[in-house]
Structures are given as structure tokens and as C-alpha cells.
Design a protein around this ligand. Structure first.
Ligand code: FAD
Ligand code: NAD
Length: 464
């Protein structure tokens, strides 16, 4: 047993934990990070990055298929062949580069990384069972960042044909018929990719629409695209269990009737839940909030000098929220005065089309009691969108009627994920409609749609 002590102990090396550790190290704090798998967490290893890599492969393949069918202006080609093994290998290479990069950054910041399962013994002590050695670590500050795990449905335990996103991102063979249970972020990002690579995809969604976390105007752009891609969507349906012999998923319709949906793979993506086991939660006396660790505006838990960050602390379970919190807790441990109080946390869904939402939607703004003005600019009339072969979409801006303060900005369309920075910056800077309308936006770019939406909200639309 090795006895160690440090100023900051970080449990979990995902985007929350590794950022906290790097920042604490940069600030000169003696820092130890414990990670049981590979630094980078869900995000780099089996989440954000691998999924976007496979989305890129699927898009490239789909474009080639369209070209072979004479549907790409100026390009004809033979029917392409998908090499899934090679795609997964490429994706794994990117993951290795990025996780290796994080290890280097941790080292550069002077952070000690210990590989192994961490278990808190009390609010200051953690034991780690490593492969070769075990440790007892005493720390002044503890940062809990154990992340989240996929929700499993009782009738559909993971294993065999029933897979989570982790297995879906490492398949050696393309499913012929893929049933996706849950039409949220992961189900649609990956479902669309599999459809583009050639699987017959059916989405089984319990709610009455897909992407229920986004407003209908945004989610309906994706619904239309699913239809075009040949993806069937069964709304208000529940998945019951997988019938191995029949090779299908038993599903129940809203009227209670049960039927069999042919599927060689079933991807279950009905949400993620905080990782609450395996790290000694029962040894601590942490106040909880709806199943998550309760934190205040400084990410402090109910225990002195114990912080919690990232997915284990609640929605939105997004990497950029975890990273922002990680940086704040490190600065607090270094004696700086910080709070986690963003004007908005951007949400981006990498579907086809992409959707991005920052701040309040029109309905949310009205429900919050604001009298609003809304400007909505269709990207179908934007020159750059046309040259990209983009198919519709819009930019929508929501502002207070009385003083034109921007409350929210949303968009749907090709590559609009990159708008997230401009939208979030506008809200952080307290932009008014006139600020955006009077800003010169480069031509030809889709971002001219942002300016046009602001001009429309002011009653000064130019290109429509
Ligand atoms: P995690 O990334 O889950 O990291 C927690 C770490 O703690 C893990 O490495 C784990 O091994 C370690 N750990 C747990 N228990 C212990 C223990 N006892 N001892 C030692 N180590 C332990 N978010 C976005 O913002 N954008 C996206 O595009 C996006 N795409 C996603 C796609 C998929 C398929 C998935 C699954 C998720 C996606 N997410 C995305 C969500 C994002 O991955 C998470 O919000 C983010 O990783 C949370 O960071 P975290 O640090 O809280 O936890
Ligand atoms: P999700 O919450 O996005 O979607 C889950 C969907 O499953 C919802 O539409 C819900 O109505 C449906 N559902 C729930 N129970 C069901 C059931 N029994 N049968 C059928 N449908 C059911 O969850 P997810 O797709 O698993 O993603 C998990 C989290 O990971 C997200 O909430 C997000 O925080 C994060 N994520 C983010 C991104 C991104 O930022 N681009 C991408 C992937 C994942």
C-alpha cells in the first residue's frame, strides 16, 4: 500500500475530471487524478468524438452513393464499397491521438495520474486498487467526476444483439436491420449514420415526437430528413424484449397491440444515468437531487471541500458543461472566486440536418413571461447554403420586444453546429438585435442567416 497526499484529488478522468486536473496543475496545486479506464472518459473514448468520426464516414459514403446514382452535380462514380473495419480503425486512431494528447497535457501540468478503481473512504480519503499496486490518498480537496452510464431497459439487457452506443461504435459488421430504441441524441445521430451506411433503420420512440428535448420547429426538420433517408419512426411505441429465435424486437403500439419488428441488432439509447456505484458513494454523506449529486453554483456538494462536476451532477449531460465546471472547481481550490453561472449552455445535435439551440425558444421565452419578437430566416434562400447543396433549414432569433435583448438563437441546417459559438457569445455578451443586425457577416456564408434573422426580428429583412 502506497500512502500519498495531495491538495486536489480528482476521481474520474472524463472531460470534467481531466480539465479540473490540468487546470489545478497549471495553478500549481499538487494534483492526483485517478482513472479506472482511459483518460478522456466517455466523451473521447466512446462518446462525442467516436460518434462524430462515424457520422463523417457515413456522410462520405452516402455522398459517394448519391454520386454513383447521378445525384451529385458534376460528379459521377462507381458504386462505393463501405469498409467498416477500416472506418472503425480510423476512428480508434483518432481516439488514441486525443487520449494520448490529454495524457501529455496532464503530465505537462504536473498531474500524477493513477490508473485504477478509486473508492472514497471518507470526504478526504480515497483508496485505489491498481493492477499492480494499491494506494491510499489523503487530499485537501476532492473533485468527484465519475460521469454516467447508459440506461438499460428491463426487457432489453445489454448483450448479444442488444447493444449500447459503445458497441454500436465498434461494430465489425453492418446490421442489415437495425432497431433503435429511443429517438433522442444518440439514437438519431447513430441511427442516421447506420442508414447512410446501408442499414434498414427503424426508430422506436416512446414519446409523441423525436428529439423531445428540442422544440418542434427544430425537431420536425430532422423528422422530414428521416423520411427522405428511408428511416421508419414508430412514435408512442414501447420496446418490450428481443426475440432471439424470431430475430426481432417485440414492440407495443399505443393501442396496446404487440408486433415483431425484424432486427438483427437493437441499439438501446433511452438516456444516460449518473454513475453512482463503484466509487464509495455509500461512505460519504452527500445530499442528492433527483438521483444526481446535489451541487451549488460553485459545484460544491453538501460535504466540505468535496466538489462534484459533470454528468454525475445533472442535466444537461454534455461534455462542454463538464469541462466548464472542471475549470471552475480547480480555480476555487486555488483560492480564486468563481461561480458556474453561464448565460446559456449550447445544445447541438449532429443529426442530418444538424440542430443547435442556445438560450430560450419562443415558447420558453413566452412561458417565462417575456413579450417577444422572433425573426426566422430560411437557409433555402442563402447563397452559401445553396452552393453546399444544403436542403433547407433556418436560423431563428428570439428577443424581448421592449428592449430587443436576445433571449435565444436556434438553427437547423447543414453544418450549423459551428453556429453554436456565435449564438452563445451573443447571449454571454448580452447582445441586442441591433448588435447582430449591424455586425458585418462574411459573404458568402450561412452565418449571414444569423444577421438576416436579427434584421427580420427588427422588421428590416433584406434578402427575403
Ligand atoms: P465521463 O466522460 O463519463 O467520465 C467519467 C470517467 O470517470 C470515466 O473515464 C470513468 O472510467 C471514470 N470513473 C468512473 N468511476 C471511477 C472510479 N471509481 N475510479 C476511477 N475512475 C472512475 N456530449 C457533448 O457535449 N457533445 C456530444 O457530441 C456528445 N456526444 C456523445 C455521444 C455518445 C455516444 C455519448 C455516450 C455521449 C455523448 N456526449 C456528448 C456526452 C458526453 O460524453 C458526456 O456529457 C461527458 O463525457 C461527461 O463528462 P464527465 O467528465 O462528467 O464523465
Ligand atoms: P436522450 O435523452 O437524448 O434520448 C432518449 C430518448 O429515448 C428520448 O427521446 C426518450 O423519449 C426516449 N425513451 C425513453 N425511454 C424509452 C423507452 N422505454 N422506449 C422508447 N423510447 C424511450 O438520450 P440518449 O440519446 O441516450 O443520450 C444520452 C445523453 O448523452 C443525452 O441526453 C446527452 O446529454 C448526451 N449526448 C449528447 C450529444 C450531443 O451533444 N450531440 C450526443 C449524444 C449524447
Amino acid at each position: 500500500m502506497n500512502n500519498l497526499s495531495c491538495e486536489v484529488l480528482v476521481l474520474g478522468g472524463g472531460p470534467g475530471g481531466y480539465v479540473a486536473a490540468i487546470r489545478a496543475g497549471q495553478l500549481g496545486l499538487d494534483t492526483i487524478l485517478v482513472e479506472k479506464q482511459t483518460v478522456g472518459g466517455t466523451c473521447l473514448n466512446v462518446g462525442c468524438i467516436p460518434s462524430k468520426a462515424m457520422i463523417h464516414v457515413a456522410d462520405t459514403f452516402n455522398d459517394a452513393v448519391l454520386a454513383s446514382r447521378g445525384k451529385v452535380p458534376g460528379v459521377t462514380s462507381q458504386a462505393p464499397v463501405l469498409d467498416l473495419l477500416n472506418a472503425v480503425e480510423w476512428k480508434d486512431g483518432l481516439v488514441k491521438r486525443l487520449t494520448g494528447g490529454v495524457s501529455t497535457l496532464l503530465k505537462k501540468a504536473g498531474v500524477t495520474v493513477i490508473e485504477g478503481q478509486a473508492r472514497m473512504r471518507d470526504g478526504k480519503t480515497c483508496s485505489v486498487a491498481g493492477e499492480r499496486e494499491s494506494y491510499q490518498i489523503r487530499a485537501k480537496y476532492v473533485v468527484l467526476a465519475p460521469g454516467s452510464v447508459p440506461v438499460e431497459l428491463p426487457g432489453l439487457p445489454f448483450g448479444g444483439a442488444v447493444i449500447s452506443s459503445t458497441e454500436a461504435l465498434a461494430l465489425e459488421q453492418l446490421p442489415e436491420n437495425l432497431a433503435v430504441v429511443g429517438g433522442g441524441y444518440i439514437g438519431l445521430e447513430l441511427g442516421i449514420s447506420f442508414a447512410k451506411m446501408g442499414s434498414k433503420v427503424t426508430v422506436v420512440e416512446a414519446s409523441d415526437r423525436i428529439l423531445p428535448q428540442y422544440d418542434q420547429e427544430l425537431s420536425s426538420t430532422v423528422s422530414r430528413s428521416l423520411k427522405k433517408l428511408g428511416i421508419d419512426v414508430m412514435l408512442e411505441h414501447s420496446a418490450v424484449d428481443y426475440d432471439q429465435n424470431a430475430g426481432g424486437l417485440n414492440i407495443t403500439s399505443p393501442d396496446g397491440a404487440t408486433s415483431l419488428l425484424t432486427a438483427d441488432s437493437v441499439l438501446v439509447t433511452v438516456g444516460r444515468k449518473p454513475q453512482l456505484s463503484g466509487w464509495g458513494l455509500s461512505e460519504l454523506s452527500l445530499a442528492m437531487d433527483n438521483g444526481f449529486i446535489r451541487i451549488d453554483a460553485q459545484c460544491r456538494t453538501s460535504m466540505t471541500d468535496v466538489f462534484a462536476i459533470g454528468d454525475v451532477t445533472g442535466e444537461p449531460m454534455l461534455a462542454h458543461r463538464a469541462m466548464a465546471q472542471g475549470s471552475i472547481v480547480a480555480e476555487l481550490a486555488a483560492g480564486k472566486n468563481r461561480t458556474f453561472d453561464p448565460a446559456a449552455i449550447p445544445a447541438v445535435c449532429f443529426t442530418d440536418p444538424e440542430i443547435v439551440s442556445v438560450g430560450l425558444s419562443p415558447d420558453e421565452a413566452s412561458a417565462a413571461g417575456y413579450e417577444i419578437t422572433v425573426g426566422k430566416f430560411p437557409l433555402a434562400v442563402n447563397g452559401r447554403a445553396m452552393t453546399l447543396g444544403a436542403d433547407g433549414g433556418f436560423v431563428r432569433i428570439v428577443a424581448r420586444k421592449d428592449n430587443e435583448l436576445v433571449l435565444g438563437i436556434q438553427a437547423a441546417g447543414k453544418d450549423v453546429s459551428e453556429f453554436a459559438a456565435a449564438f452563445t457569445l451573443a447571449l454571454e455578451m448580452g447582445a441586442r438585435l441591433q448588435d447582430i443586425a449591424a455586425t458585418i457577416h462574411a459573404h458568402p456564408t450561412q452565418s449571414e442567416g444569423i444577421q438576416e434573422a436579427a434584421m427580420l426580428a427588427l422588421g428590416q429583412g433584406l434578402h427575403i
